[in-house]
Ligand binder design. Structure first.
Ligand code: NAD
Ligand code: IPM
Ligand code: MN
Length: 353
């Protein structure tokens, strides 16, 4: 099959992990006799530096024409003092909005051989396998007004249109139907109006999915249970910012934020695949970043955008075998095993495909 992929390396470790993942995709193409063409476009701080905007029109156009998009990460200290509309993160938010990527799927599944890499007790995290379905194009990230007022006060706006909540709740129920049929809807309905509507819509929708058991949880308690009883979760659905925070927290179950992939999907149209982590400025340029979150995001790309289940599994199995054989990057604090760099772990994964 011939497919066209737009690569958005971005900033910090972005180019390092995209380079590694492109090699993995090339290996899959060769092995399974596909023709993947890749095109690189600008986003984030590197786009600001080259063309003065975090999201050039050319990037948006290229993504719209692509069969799938793979993103590294954006941001870094260099641009932290830039005005809001000129921050690298605006590029990421802009492309999510432009492609209507309302559903961000963040699977969290640890490998048995990494149980001792987590600071959490092994008996608590063993067997944890959950997915966070994060609303990605609404809420506090996109509400207006969001500004500094003339008197020096500030305002951000948490707004949701009914249809925006309905479509992510449907996506979550459908995700639960093909898993363990257990859905936890996470909100702050004891305080927020948007959460009250969120809860009402979950209650309305659940009659359409009688095979799914659904419960509601407040976000603060959920944050606690996520690390004290992670195996009690299957699918978690939540609004944009709660999902952002809970997914970084959940990455602790796997041993490192560098392990967490994600898929950002539209109703119809191109999907964008991105690790859950950021540009890791503290390790950028050192060649030691963990490429696995991005490599597993590429597996999600093959599964969801190209319907290439066997190819996706080939990548996932290769990552698992590599980790099981004791090799890991420096972000994973494993007892024993052997520490390797980005290029070395990528080579090992490729060898296992
Ligand atoms: P971060 O996720 O970049 O890093 C947090 C910590 O995790 C750091 O210690 C980092 O070294 C480590 N880490 C993250 N990914 C890793 C990997 N693949 N391998 C090894 N270690 C890894 O979060 P931050 O430091 O809070 O943010 C840095 C910048 O990234 C900010 O500008 C932020 O806005 C941006 N950011 C971008 C995205 C994105 O592009 N999707 C996501 C989150 C943060
Ligand atoms: C993520 C990131 C982004 C988000 C930032 C960089 C805008 O933290 O993808 O999790 O909050 O969505
Ligand atoms: Mn985040």
């Amino acid at each position: 099959m011939t497919k066209h992929i737009v690569l958005l390396p971005g900033d910090g470790i972005g180019p390092e992990i995209i380079d590694a993942t492109q090699q993995v995709l090339e290996t899959i193409a060769k092995q399974f006799k596909h023709d993947f063409t890749c095109e690189t476009q600008l986003i984030g701080g590197s786009a600001i530096d080259s063309v003065g905007t975090p999201l050039p029109d050319q990037t948006v156009e290229a993504c719209k024409q692509a069969d799938a998009v793979l993103l590294g990460a954006v941001g870094g200290p260099k641009w932290d003092q830039y005005p809001s509309h000129l921050r690298p993160e605006r590029g990421l938010l802009g492309i999510r909005k432009a492609l209507d990527l309302f559903a961000n799927l963040r699977p969290v599944k640890g490998f048995d051989s990494l149980l001792n890499a987590s600071p959490l007790k092994q008996e608590i995290i063993q067997g944890s396998d959950l997915i966070i379905v994060r609303e990605l194009t609404g809420g506090l990230y996109f509400g207006t007004p969001s500004e500094r007022l003339a008197n020096g006060d500030v305002v951000d706006t948490l707004a949701y249109q009914r249809y925006e909540i309905e479509r992510i709740i449907d996506k979550a129920f459908q995700t639960a139907q093909i898993r363990k049929k257990k859905l936890t809807s996470v909100d702050k309905a004891n305080v927020l109006e948007s959460s009250k509507l969120w809860r009402e819509i979950v209650e309305e929708k659940k009659t359409n999915y009688p095979d799914v058991v659904v419960n509601h949880e407040l976000v603060d308690a959920c944050a606690m249970k996520l690390i004290t009883n992670p195996t009690s979760f299957d699918v978690i659905v939540t609004e944009n910012m709660f999902g952002d925070i809970l997914s970084d927290e959940a990455s602790v179950l796997t041993g490192s934020l560098g392990m967490l992939p994600s898929a950002s999907l539209a109703e119809n149209g191109v999907g964008l695949y991105e690790p859950a982590h950021g540009s890791a400025p503290d390790i950028a340029g050192k060649g030691i970043a963990n490429p696995i979150a991005t490599i597993l995001s590429a597996a999600m790309l093959l599964r969801y955008s190209f319907q290439m289940e066997n190819e996706a599994e080939a990548i996932e199995k290769a990552v698992e075998k590599t980790i099981e054989s004791g090799y890991h990057t420096a972000d994973l604090h494993v007892n024993g095993g052997k520490q390797v760099n980005t290029k070395e772990i990528t080579k090992m994964i490729i060898k296992q495909i």
